[in-house]
Design a protein around this ligand. Structure first.
Ligand SMILES: [Cu+2]
Length: 484
């Protein structure tokens, strides 16, 4: 339409020859045809437009397999040519080697250098150590599976094996089983350390022990071990038989039990304490709320019948990112604020930490709540365009993401500002509650000795005084204020 009208008024030649700057000619077009504003911005030249078209299409053939390496596309060079897919596979193998070196180091250190008699679930270990140890063991189980799957994929592409090639006796969906056997425990590997952080932070902000810490430890163990049995809930629609699907669905729903135990314990711990109103408390509350919302939306997805309706919609994206970029990141930030004095030697800047909290958490809600509605409306995921009817919610989600990014900027500004103002860290929470208790005990003991010595010194008889002092105190604990 744009082209036709331009030809009709005969301005095509003058467009190329005239000394008038092209920008001004654009202006003429914009004034004449206001409805073609965005066209003038993005499609000013037909050639350029064609180039963009080809670029996008060629990129899309390279990434057809997606980040989950969907197999007929990722395992055969005729779908994804030599290039980005191979780089992706090799980099995943390298990352696997890297994490293998990491967890091997830590697990062997723990096994060989721990003090005699240390057991995993004994309460004197800090929660964060228990959580990290558990994630190391999970990594040790699932990383080799992913590495093997990646090597099989690479061999299918370049060395004529047919692990995933149906025509030659391979199994196309075997890869998805291997991938999600890694993929589901992986999200638990990401979030279990934040359980450890929150378990550590709640007694600190609350000046009260966390409720039933054995159940909290038990809950993360159960979540970790059950997490190996539910990978099929990512594959409800690829042709699993219904018995398997109900099994995966049931176990997935069962995982909500330990998760609920954790939430209830944390909420009950917060009820009866003397709360320190601080950034840590804000982050902890946000963590609990975001985790609960993300978990409940996950319960919907775990159900087979509902999942058929919601599979590959924005609903899944919203649930998943509310758990990861929402709950996990908020938990990590909680850990950073908790250990800030130990990490940097100064206290964090409260003002910027508050801005960080408000922008990050607010941005997360603004991003992912609209995505739930978009998913209910049936908008599929992994698209680069959408019907204009969804523009309102999409705009809200985009705004939310920008606000989240401002939150990240405030996080770095917080680190900068706390180093500029250099406030003295009065306490250094090193993560061991017994440390605080022992300091408190010494303070109490010294004060007690001072007061009792003062009373004893008031006694008139020197011999009685000395008798009592020698009976109840050792030589270092006697404070003589009188000499006679
Ligand atoms: Cu999963």
């Amino acid at each position: 339409m744009f082209q036709k009208r331009e030809e009709k008024d005969g301005s095509v030649l003058s467009y190329f020859i005239s000394p008038v700057p092209k920008a001004l000619l654009f202006w003429h077009n914009l004034v004449s045809y206001p409805e073609s504003f965005w066209r003038a911005c993005s499609r000013s030249f037909t050639k350029r437009r064609r180039k963009v078209y080809f670029t996008k299409c060629s990129e899309r053939t390279n990434v057809t397999a997606g980040w989950t390496f969907i197999t007929p596309f990722s395992s055969n060079l005729k779908y994804t040519g030599f290039g980005s897919q191979d780089i992706l596979i090799i980099s995943v193998i390298f990352a696997g080697i890297s994490s293998t070196v990491g967890f091997t180091n830590l697990l062997i250190t723990r096994r060989t250098l721990a003090m005699p008699g240390l057991r995993n679930r004994r309460v004197l270990m800090p929660f964060i150590s228990i959580a990290l140890f558990l994630t190391m063991r999970m990594l040790a189980i699932v990383t080799p599976v992913l590495g093997a799957a990646m090597i099989m994929l690479f061999m299918d592409r370049h060395w004529q094996t047919t692990f995933f090639e149906f025509a030659y006796g391979g199994d196309t969906i075997l890869f998805q089983h291997l991938f999600w056997f890694f993929g589901h425990p992986e999200v638990y590997i990401l979030i279990i350390p934040t359980f450890g952080f929150i378990n550590m932070v709640i007694p600190f902000i609350n000046t009260r022990r966390v409720a039933s810490k054995h159940h909290l430890i038990w809950a993360i163990y159960v979540m970790a071990y059950m997490g190996y049995l539910v990978w099929g809930h990512h594959m409800y629609l690829l042709g699993l038989d219904h018995r398997s699907r109900s099994l995966y669905s049931t176990i997935t729903i069962m995982i909500s039990l330990p998760a609920t135990i954790k939430m209830v314990n944390w909420t009950l711990s917060l009820l009866n304490g003397a709360l320190k109103v601080d950034i840590l408390l804000l982050f902890t509350l946000a963590y609990i709320i975001v985790f609960v919302v993300g978990g409940f939306t996950g319960m919907w997805l775990s159900h087979v019948a509902l999942n058929i309706a919601m599979h590959d919609t924005y609903y899944v994206v919203a649930h998943f990112h509310l758990m990861l970029s929402g709950a996990t990141m908020i938990g990590l930030f909680t850990g950073v604020y908790y250990y800030f004095a130990a990490l940097f030697g100064v206290k964090y800047s409260r003002l910027f930490a508050y801005f960080h909290f408000v922008y990050y958490v607010g941005g997360q809600w603004l991003t992912f709540l609209p995505m739930f509605w978009l998913g209910f409306s049936g908008l599929p995921r992994r698209i680069h365009d959408y019907p204009v009817i969804f523009m309102g919610w999409q705009g809200m989600a985009t705004t939310g993401h920008l606000i989240t990014m401002m939150g990240i900027v405030f996080f770095f500004l917080m680190i900068l500002d706390s180093h500029i103002e250099r406030k003295v860290a009065i306490y250094t929470p090193l993560g061991n509650p017994r440390w605080h208790k022992r300091i408190q005990y010494y303070i109490f003991k010294i004060r007690y000795l001072q007061l009792t010595n003062k009373k004893i010194n008031k006694l008139p008889n020197m011999k009685v005084r000395q008798l009592i002092q020698s009976r109840y105190f050792n030589e270092y604990e006697i404070y003589n204020t009188k000499t006679s």
